[in-house]
Write a protein that binds this ligand. Structure first.
Ligand code: PLP
Length: 443
């Protein structure tokens, strides 16, 4: 349930004092909390799981995860084992016996989190890798097009462009809202669906727009597309590709039931997993439509076929799309612990906490006359981003001025830049108040 603003304000002075005490004793407190026990019901205990600099208000949490203790420990455990005997440890846990292959644990934990099956999961190194493998693997017929939006991040637009350039596929971009702060769920879905043409084969969208903070209701898009697809043959079905990275680990929805065909997300942002890790979930019938781009090490049939000098048999599955070459396995395998960390706190609690903290930022900033908000205040239209501009000060300069006050914000790299706050489960009410005070002082 949403925590009220009043409760937040009542609690904030105590928390601010506690935060200051922590700051004063920062050196010792930091060293002493290296292996803290987690009380998942207490946000202070959750924060103590991270080695974040306690002097700073970390409000760019969408960017790259700081590891919670269980993830850090798992990375260290695997790294020590690999350093002690790289050949045997990797051979035993990657190639020798199916049941000992550690990536299978990652696929299982991912499947549980997305509400799907382990064989529907490809393991990648980032959102970007996943998107690129999808678009470069899709076999579009001449004349078919990819429909996407103007709200995608570089990683998505470029994955589409690079793939389409090779085949001459047409790409069309549409705008889902004119004023982001006034975006409406129905209007976004209607604009998208009414832009579909007979030749549209792929719709590529982003769940949470990192340039505006707007949440696109993916499930509603999936439902609407299912209706469009009822009148189409299988070979003309509109496929839904989602860049889901900023909803994954934030919003409490089962990805496998949203109605997409492919969902790509890094697990090194909101999932709080190791850097350089990511996943794609896809339906088995959708995986079968792709041609692999990078040789995989996760489907033993591939190497057997290579040794026999034969093309591999059977349909393409997720494992065949998982890129091969050796990975930083101590990172890939420790993703399991990141899902475990989310589970121990509870997905719904995490969602509510992130929506509360960012909602308070939106509420506070909306009252400032020198601030223009770009993120909608409606609870179902924002997630972990709060995008805004300050009159007469460029976003980059706002970022620098905030940083000089110990507040970490992120100016966005889009064509129309804004300042972004992004509160996560590591933040508390004191961080929010500190950030609001600092922006207020920029008037
Ligand atoms: C919407 C969106 N998609 C993709 C990415 C890139 O993610 P990754 O680093 O996992 O490739 C970002 C970066 O923050 C992003 O904002």
């Amino acid at each position: 349930m949403e925590t009220s603003r009043r409760k937040f304000l009542q609690g904030s002075s105590t928390i601010a004092t506690a935060g200051m005490m922590l700051g004063l004793a920062s050196g010792k407190a930091h060293a002493a909390t290296r292996k803290p026990t987690l009380d998942p019901s207490d946000w202070k205990s959750v924060r103590a799981q991270f080695k974040l600099d306690p002097k700073l208000a970390h409000l760019a949490n969408f960017f790259l995860a700081s590891y919670p203790a269980p993830v850090q420990e798992a990375i260290e455990r695997y790294r020590d084992a690999l350093n002690a005997n790289p050949y045997s440890y990797l051979d035993d846990h990657m190639f020798m016996k199916e049941r000992d292959m550690l990536w299978r644990n990652v696929a299982e934990a991912t499947a549980e989190y997305v509400g799907g099956k382990p064989d529907e999961i490809a393991l990648t190194a980032s959102t970007t890798w996943g998107l690129s493998l999808i678009y470069s693997g899709l076999q579009l017929r001449p004349g078919q097009e990819i429909l996407t939006t103007t709200h995608e991040f570089y990683a998505h637009h470029e994955s589409i462009r690079l793939a389409a350039d090779k085949t001459g596929t047409k790409v069309r971009k549409i705008t889902l809202y004119d004023t982001s702060a006034k975006a409406s769920a129905d209007e976004m879905v209607n604009r998208l669906i009414s832009a579909i043409r007979p030749e549209t084969r792929v719709v590529g969208v982003t769940w949470v727009h990192s340039g505006t903070g707007v949440v696109l209701p993916i499930r509603a898009v999936g439902d609407a597309l299912a209706k469009v697809n009822r009148n189409r043959d299988d070979s003309d079905r509109v496929l839904l590709v989602v860049d889901g990275v900023h909803g994954f680990g934030v919003l409490d929805e089962d990805i496998a039931r949203q109605g997409s065909d492919f969902f790509s997300a890094g697990t090194h942002k909101w999932i709080l997993g190791p850097h350089g890790t990511g996943m794609v979930w896809g339906r088995n019938e959708s995986w079968a439509l792709l041609k692999p781009t990078v040789p995989s090490l996760m489907d033993s049939a591939l190497m057997a076929a290579w040794r026999a000098g034969q093309p591999p048999k059977g349909p393409v599955k997720a494992a065949r799309i998982s890129p091969g070459g050796f990975f930083a396995y101590e990172h890939q395998w420790a993703v399991t612990e990141a899902y475990g960390f989310h589970k121990s706190i509870g997905r719904t609690r995490i969602t509510n906490r992130i929506l509360d903290l960012n909602g308070w930022l939106i509420e506070g900033l909306s009252k400032m006359k020198h601030v223009t908000m770009h993120t909608p205040s409606k609870r179902d239209l924002h997630a972990g981003f709060v995008c805004f501009e300050v009159d007469q000060i460029k976003p980059e300069e706002v970022g620098e001025r905030l940083r000089s006050k110990g507040i970490i914000a992120s100016p966005s790299p889009y064509a129309n830049p804004s300042v972004r706050f992004s509160a996560g489960i590591v933040n508390n009410e004191a961080d929010i108040e500190r950030a609001l005070k600092a922006v207020r002082s920029l008037a």
